[in-house]
Design a protein around this ligand. Sequence first.
Ligand SMILES: NC(=O)c1ccc[n+]([C@@H]2O[C@H](COP(=O)([O-])OP(=O)(O)OC[C@H]3O[C@@H](n4cnc5c(N)ncnc54)[C@H](OP(=O)(O)O)[C@@H]3O)[C@@H](O)[C@H]2O)c1
Length: 184
Amino acid sequence: MEIAVVGRGHLGSALSRFWTKTGHQVTTLGRDGGDVTRADVLVIAVPAAAIPRALWHVRGYRGAMTIDATNLQGPPPAGHPSLAHLVQSLVGGPVAKAFNTDYALLYDDIERQPIRPSHLYAADAAARPVTEHLIRDIGFTPVFIGDLSRAALLEQHLRLVRAIAGNGYGPHFAWYRLPEDRWG
Ligand SMILES: NC(=O)c1ccc[n+]([C@@H]2O[C@H](COP(=O)([O-])OP(=O)(O)OC[C@H]3O[C@@H](n4cnc5c(N)ncnc54)[C@H](OP(=O)(O)O)[C@@H]3O)[C@@H](O)[C@H]2O)c1
């Protein structure tokens, strides 16, 4: 797949590293933007407040299938129930909310786990196959929690994850695991 990741920080660079390793052609975009016309999927990995600005210098994104990996830094964006809906209003294609509830710094630990950890995501129907594929390529088992109306739940969920991690249990506690008969 050709993947365009907007954001070259901790998350954007970790996603890019793993997807390059699993055979995808990944382009990361910074503040100077770039052309994403050829991309099969656009991934948003910038601070929430920077989402509209980050797309200013990006060309060819209208209608693209998009994965929004951003997290709320305050209340939901004005006029939208979630950041994923804001992204959808800007891009106009099918959208998934994924990669926002797990810490990128743990990606390298996934392959050492005796049981593959799960990763929660929400998505429009048309965005599901690509999103599941890319979740598996990081090493997780994808767990679909519903259509994009559930994106807000994932954005709010991070507060719980952070509270648990910050209370002495470390970030790994955020990992869910499917029952054995559902591993795939
Ligand atoms: N880190 C994680 O484990 C993790 C996990 C789940 C979700 N997330 C979410 O992913 C997003 C990025 O987090 P992060 O940890 O990767 O942050 P980060 O390390 O601070 O990186 C943010 C990146 O966004 C770029 N950026 C800021 N404004 C931009 C703009 N207008 N146009 C283009 N790029 C812009 C920054 O560029 P400059 O270097 O030029 O400032 C930087 O490369 C956040 O919404 C965060 O909540 C992060």
